[in-house]
Design a binder for this molecule. Structure first.
Ligand code: COA
Length: 211
């Protein structure tokens, strides 16, 4: 979580254009994004977004051998399908999707607990927006809605882990997340540094997003 050859040719120009496009998009009123619970019928769309997200966010530092099937949309769709149809526990887990014009453009998963031992009541475990829909508010809206669920089911600190080298993790700092711990996560044979962000409560997460 490659187009690196192309990006390396003019990384700064592309980054600059990307930034300007996103700034322009963020100044527009929020487009018609709706948030709803995800279902097994969303597995293919979620699988595609997850595979694209790993390719986009992680191929700059994770070798192709580690990315492996994790950037294959079909593999991811099967993985998500199996999770949602056999393991998903609605009492302890949340799955939300963002939709625009009838298409799933992003998703978020959260679960109760304190996986990284940081004192959290729950953690957001997955947050991915399709690359072509980023910078339009879907990520923020997914988190705002997740916080509503967390207020009821896990009224306490909220954590989110991100690979230390993920170029997108500044998103969490921009919405008030504070790094409270560094851990490692194993992907196949290798361990990767992960930083854990914490918000004191779902309300604080919402305030950070709205600030
Ligand atoms: C991080 C992510 C979930 C944010 O969702 P989003 O819908 O793009 O975010 P929003 O439109 O609500 O908010 C915009 C913010 O996202 C971040 N962002 C969006 N696109 C970005 C890009 N191409 N590069 C860097 N940051 C980006 C910025 O912080 C931006 O804030 P800014 O416009 O004030 O600079 C999304 O960009 C994404 O899926 N990234 C790839 C996968 C990933 O890294 N997921 C997190 C795993 S821990």
């Amino acid at each position: 979580m490659s187009c690196l050859a192309m990006v390396c040719l003019s990384r700064h120009k592309v980054k600059d254009m990307n930034l300007r496009c996103r700034v322009a998009l963020m100044t527009l009123p929020a487009p018609d994004i709706s948030i709803r619970p995800g279902t097994p019928a969303d597995s293919a769309a979620i699988g595609r977004i997850l595979a694209d997200g790993w390719r986009q966010a992680y191929s700059g530092f994770m070798p192709k051998s580690e990315l492996g099937p994790r950037i294959d949309p079909d593999y991811r769709a099967r993985e998500v399908g199996a999770w949602l149809s056999t393991q998903f526990d609605p009492n302890a887990e949340l799955l939300l999707v963002a939709e625009q014009a009838g298409h799933v453009t992003g998703f978020l998963a959260a679960r109760l607990g304190d996986r990284n031992d940081v004192g959290s009541a729950a953690q957001v475990t997955l947050l991915y927006v399709a690359p072509e829909h980023q910078g339009r508010g879907a990520g923020r809206q997914l988190l705002l809605e997740a916080a509503e669920w967390l207020k009821v089911h896990a009224p306490g600190p909220v954590s989110i882990g991100a690979f230390e080298q993920n170029p997108f993790r500044s998103f969490y700092e921009a919405i008030g997340g504070v790094v409270v711990k560094a851990v490692v996560v194993r992907v196949d044979a290798r361990e990767w540094p992960v930083v854990v962000y914490l918000w004191p409560s779902p309300e604080a997460l919402q305030e950070g997003i709205r600030a």
